[in-house]
Write a protein that binds this ligand. Structure first.
Ligand code: RP5
Length: 162
C-alpha cells in the first residue's frame, strides 16, 4: 500500500487530478488512486479507509465536485490528515464543491486547496510537506522544489538599461 491514498468521487474526476499524480511522482511519493463515491458507495468508502490505514497510508487526498462530501466523509473516518480538492465541473464552477469541502465543523478538519487543477497540484505539494516532517528524503525534495521555484520566479529589472 502506498503512502498517499487519493480518492475521488467519479471516474469523470480523474482528468482533473493529473497534476496531483504528476507532482506526487516528482516527489517520489508512492500513491494510489481510487474512485469511490461517498454518496453512491458509502460502505465501500468506509471499508477502503480502514484497509488503507491498516496498510500504512499516512495522508488521504479526497477530490469531488458538486455537493462534494467525499473529503469530509474521509475526515470522519480517519484521524490521518485529509486534504480536500473541490472540483469544478458543475454549473456553479466549483463554488458548490468549495463550500462543501471547506466548511467542515470544528474537530473534523479537511485541509482545503484551490478549486480544480491548481488545487490538485497543491494537494500533492501539501501532502509532501506533511510527509517531509518525518521523512528526510521527502524533506530534501521539498527544499529543492522550493529552491527551484524561487530561482524560476526571480526577475531583476535594471531601470538604467535601455
Ligand atoms: C461528484 O459528482 C463527483 O466527484 C463528480 O465530480 C460529480 C459528478 O459525478 P458523475 O455524475 O460524473 O459520476 O460526486
Amino acid at each position: 500500500m502506498p503512502t498517499v491514498a487519493v480518492v475521488c468521487g467519479s471516474r469523470s474526476d480523474l482528468p482533473s487530478l493529473k497534476g496531483c499524480f504528476d507532482v506526487l511522482d516528482e516527489y517520489g511519493i508512492t500513491w494510489e488512486a481510487s474512485v469511490i463515491s461517498a454518496h453512491r458507495q458509502p460502505d465501500a468508502l468506509h471499508a477502503y479507509v480502514d484497509e488503507a490505514e491498516e496498510a500504512g497510508v499516512l495522508v488521504f487526498i479526497g477530490a469531488a465536485g458538486l455537493a462534494a462530501h467525499l473529503p469530509g466523509v474521509l475526515a470522519s473516518l480517519t484521524a490521518r490528515p485529509v486534504i480536500g480538492i473541490p472540483l469544478d465541473g458543475g454549473s456553479l464552477g466549483g463554488a458548490d464543491a468549495l463550500y462543501a469541502v471547506v466548511q467542515m465543523p470544528p474537530g473534523v478538519p479537511v485541509a482545503t486547496v484551490a478549486i480544480g487543477s491548481p488545487g490538485a497540484k497543491n494537494a500533492a505539494h501539501l501532502a509532501a510537506r506533511i510527509l517531509a516532517i518525518s521523512d528526510p528524503a521527502i524533506a530534501e525534495r521539498v527544499a529543492s522544489v522550493r529552491a527551484g521555484q524561487a530561482a524560476g520566479s526571480e526577475l531583476r529589472v535594471d531601470p538604467r538599461a535601455g
